[in-house]
Every structure is written in C-alpha cells, then in structure tokens.
Design a protein around this ligand. Structure first.
Ligand code: F6P
Length: 358
C-alpha cells in the first residue's frame, strides 16, 4: 500500500501535526507514504513527491506551516495556460494528474485542505482516485465539520492582537478598526471579537449599516468611554454593498481586503473621532498550533489512515460533538458553513451589548 498526502490552499497551524500523524499511522501499518510537494501543481513537474518517513516527520507537531509546502493555485481541473495570442485561460489537466498517481503506484490520497481542496478531492474521487479528506482552514467554514484544524490558533492570535490594540486605542481615545480573515464567513471575527471585548463585530453573514456603528461609538462617548474597537471580517459588506476585493488572479480565488480602511475613514467622518485601521492578515495563519489544534490535527491524520485501512473512501473526516466521524465528500463540495444567526454565540454578543452592525 502506498499513499500520498497533499496540503492545499492557505496554510494553517496544525498541518504538520496532521502530516505526522497520518505518516506514522500509515508506516505502522507497513505502508509507504509520500507527500505532494507544494500542492497539486507540482504533479506536472519532474519531482512531485517527497518521501515521508518517521525521521522526516519527527518533532514537527508544534511547528506552524506545512513541511510539504502548499499553494492557493494549481487546481489540476483548472490550470491557467497562456494562449498563442498571449492571453490566459484555464484547462483541465486532471487526467494527467491521475496518470501521475497511477505511474507512481499511489493507492490512496489524503487531501488536507479547505473547501476548494475538498471540491478537488471530490472530483478526483469521481475519476477513480480513492480519497479521504481532512478539513483544514483558519476560516472554519467547511460544511459538516464543527471545527477545522487551524481555527483555534488563528482565533487566539487574533484575540491577543486585539487585546494589544485595545490598550493603544484607549491611550489615544481612538476608534481602532481591526480586519481579520475568514473569507465569506465570520467565525474568526465573531470568536476573537467576543473574546477580546470588541464594541462592534462585523461579519459577512450580517450586512452592516454605518449609522448603526457610528451610533454605538457615540453612545459610548456619551458614557465617557472614549475609545472603540471595531472587529471586521474581511468578507463583510455594507447593506446592499459589494465585497471589498483587492484583486483576482486567473485560477485563484478573489483576494479580499480593504473594508477596515473604508470603515476607518467613514467612521472618523461620522463621529468626529480619530480613527486607525489595521489588517491582521497572514499573521493569523502563522505560529505554533494551540494544544487544541495539535490534538485535532493528530486525531484527523490518524482517522484518515483508519478510513483508508477500512477502504471507506471518498469521505471527509469531521469533528462532530467532539467525536471523529466521516461524511461523504460529495456532501461537502460546493457548500459553506456560515455563522448561524440564531446560534448562542451571536445571541451572547447581542445580549452583552456588542453592536453587530445591523
Ligand atoms: O482561506 C484562508 C485564508 O487565510 C483566508 O482567510 C484569506 O482570505 C485567504 O486565505 C488569503 O489567501 P492568500 O494566502 O492567497 O493571501
């Protein structure tokens, strides 16, 4: 038996723990393990695989990033190529990728990634590649999985950063707008904003009104609370507005960003207060995984190998009620897990007086 492990999409703390766990569990069953170098794009290069041994994965549980490398591009089903007239288009090279797996005697694939990677995994499974998915993303937006690996660490990093921003906001009596990641879901913003006692939390699931945010800030001012912390998810939109998009490259998802800068300017104009914005950005993806992320990742990695051993393919490993379960990859592809507006975390925010922008 020979398996390949891929890490795809943005990196997240805990990836190395999952790689280690999957590798060791497979080796203990007498299997061979390889990792795909820098994501699927390398399947079309001369050296797509990195042999994974016990020595190679020794001591990496606590390391951020991925020893395999990853990429937000290189989807074999949508590879960019340059046409004769110089323009660019996408082509499906998945049959070549399947051929590379076959030529290298890969019996099964462990696809560690986010929603995009699960979509690719599902498409590979339809082409006859036995796949098991492992949910990874700091955004925590993978459908069917209560918590994905990387989320806990990212929230802690964002919370700690907002704590630090709060002391300078207070000293300068300013509005500080903090933009966090999360794509089209507000999990990081809601969890870090609530934990760091933000005054305003804006998430993509609730379109915001500038009037409502300004009102909250001015109400605080009247009570003598002269600073305000606004935490905004990068995918948040104003009522009837559009997403703030920084750019789009062919074969990659659109790059979100800019909402904090917009709010900084608007809120300053509307309240007469000095305002600053900060984008936490990739800081949230870095660093040592938390204990919780290490454990989830180790459990996910071993569970993926267990599924392969049982020949239970084309499934994604999930955490549900703190239990490891498997759900069909086809159920996950093309869906997103958004913050439920009637969930108790949102209710808690409202009940303690946090403005959610509506
Ligand atoms: O999906 C993880 C994520 O970090 C998002 O929160 C963010 O929008 C995106 O990746 C950023 O990707 P990149 O590394 O391409 O800037």
């Amino acid at each position: 038996m020979k398996i390949a492990i891929n890490t795809g999409g943005g990196d997240a703390p805990g990836l190395n723990a999952a790689i280690r766990s999957a590798t060791l569990s497979a080796i203990r069953r007498g299997w061979d393990v390889v990792g795909i170098r820098n994501g699927y794009g390398s399947l079309f290069t001369e050296e797509p695989f990195i042999p994974l041994t016990a020595e190679k994965v020794h001591g990496i549980t606590m390391d951020g990033g991925t020893i395999l490398g990853t990429a937000n591009r290189g989807n074999p089903f949508e590879m960019p190529y340059q046409k004769e007239d110089g323009s660019w288009d996408l082509e499906d090279r998945s049959d070549e990728a399947v051929e590379v797996f076959k030529l290298n005697n890969i019996d099964a694939l462990v696809a560690i990634g986010g929603d995009g990677s699960m979509r690719i995994a599902n498409r590979f499974s339809k082409k006859g590649i036995p796949v098991v998915g492992v949910p990874k993303t700091i955004d925590n937006d993978i459908w069917g999985c209560e918590i994905s690996l990387g989320f806990d660490t990212a929230v802690s990093t964002a919370t700690e950063a907002i704590d630090k921003i709060t002391t300078t906001a207070e000293s300068h009596r300013r509005i500080m707008v903090v933009e966090v990641m999360g794509r089209y879901a507000g999990w990081i913003a809601l969890h870090s904003g609530l934990s760091a006692s933000a005054d305003v939390i804006l998430i993509p699931e609730i379109e915001f009104s500038l009037d409502s945010i300004a009102k909250k800030i001015l109400e605080k001012e009247e009570k003598g609370e002269t600073y305000s912390i606004v935490v905004v998810a990068e995918g948040s939109k104003e009522v009837d507005g559009e997403n703030f998009v920084k750019g789009k490259v062919l074969g990659q998802s659109e790059q979100l960003g800019g909402v904090a800068e917009y709010l900084e300017k608007k809120l300053s104009e509307m309240t007469g207060k000095e305002s600053r914005s900060i984008v936490l950005g990739h800081l949230q993806r870095g660093g040592t995984p938390s204990t919780s992320d290490r454990l989830i990742s180790l459990r996910f990695g071993a569970a993926a190998i267990r599924a392969i051993a049982e020949k239970d393919f084309n499934k994604m490993i999930v955490m549900q009620q703190n239990e490891i379960r498997r759900i069909p990859l086809s159920d996950v592809a093309d869906k997103m897990k958004l913050v439920p507006l009637d969930g108790d975390t949102i209710l808690t925010a409202r009940e303690i007086g946090i403005c959610l922008g509506d």
